[in-house]
Design a protein around this ligand. Structure first.
Ligand SMILES: Nc1ncnc2c1ncn2[C@@H]1O[C@H](COP(=O)(O)OP(=O)(O)OP(=O)(O)O)[C@@H](O)[C@H]1O
Length: 258
């Protein structure tokens, strides 16, 4: 079930945010969208999720136009963690995660299947211990994990996450990256917008590097995060190297000379 966009153009106002963007995303892969502030990462993710309608071009899931799917069908297939997701209601974390089951609900109550999906999502995100607390009273990082649990509870085929590491401390960032990669290894498609290039180098199977609304490069970490691409897109002096264990790492030395 490939998720792809072909030649999409999108503008929030008069200035184009995406210009002729094409990408092909595969289930079983952890794909990472990178690029500087304002490059169009969130816009692209929201177009892939069917939340924004491109002015031209198409977004397709397994050959079907994403915008032609009913909201319910789309919600079952795609789980979106929006950027800076907020929780406005004083409900418990468990109740918030249970909302992720909404596309699957048949009656009023939660089925055994719903309960097991919710419990699995709470366990995967390490949020079981505070599932009875109000989300409005959780720390930013605790809330971020509960919001991811809501996405997981929906058991979507695709997980689209916009800055899923925001508010998480370094340990929980690594946990979240492992969780997303494990979801991909289990056969789901995972697409995340990240800012930290080191995390992308370590975890991404595929990278889409955006620059000013265009795909500057896409492919493997080694092919995309070259010193010249990083200098051109971010204005940084950086290079990939193999550490003593043979893992690829990124060394960022600073900004490039003006
Ligand atoms: N609601 C909006 N109205 C008008 N312009 C917008 C809106 N949302 C985004 N833009 C513009 O569209 C372009 C792409 O924004 P987008 O949020 O996709 O970037 P991004 O790469 O996700 O940035 P960041 O890393 O800062 O989150 C930017 O120029 C931005 O100013």
């Amino acid at each position: 079930m490939i998720l792809q966009c072909d030649n999409i153009w999108f503008a929030h106002d008069t200035r184009p945010a995406l210009e002729d963007v094409s990408a092909r995303l595969h289930p079983g892969q952890f794909s990472v969208i990178l690029g500087p502030n304002g490059a169009g990462k969130s816009t692209l993710l929201n177009c892939l999720a069917g939340l924004l309608e491109p002015r031209s071009g198409s977004v397709q899931l397994d050959g079907d136009a994403i915008l032609a799917l009913s909201d319910a069908a789309r919600a079952k297939l795609l789980g979106l963690l929006p950027q800076g997701a907020q929780t406005h209601w004083a409900i418990t974390a468990h109740a918030l995660v249970a909302l992720g089951r909404y596309p699957h609900r048949k009656g009023l109550g939660l089925s055994a299947e719903d309960h097991s999906a919710i419990d699995a999502a709470l366990t995967a995100t390490g949020t079981t211990s505070f599932s009875d607390r109000l989300v409005t009273e959780l720390s930013g990082g605790e809330r971020a994990r509960v919001l991811m649990a809501r996405v997981l509870a929906g058991q979507p085929q695709w997980i689209l996450a916009d800055e899923p590491l925001a508010n998480l401390d370094p340990g929980y960032q690594i946990d979240m990256l492992h969780l997303l990669r494990d979801q991909a290894r289990s056969g789901k498609g995972v697409v995340a917008v990240l800012h930290d290039l080191h995390h992308a180098v370590r975890f991404a199977d595929q990278v889409i590097l955006l620059h000013r609304g265009n795909v500057f490069a896409q492919g493997s970490v080694a092919d995309v995060l070259t010193s010249s691409n990083l200098a051109a897109v971010y204005g940084i002096d950086a290079k990939l190297f193999s550490d003593e264990e043979g893992a690829i790492q990124l060394l960022i030395k600073g900004k490039t000379a003006p």
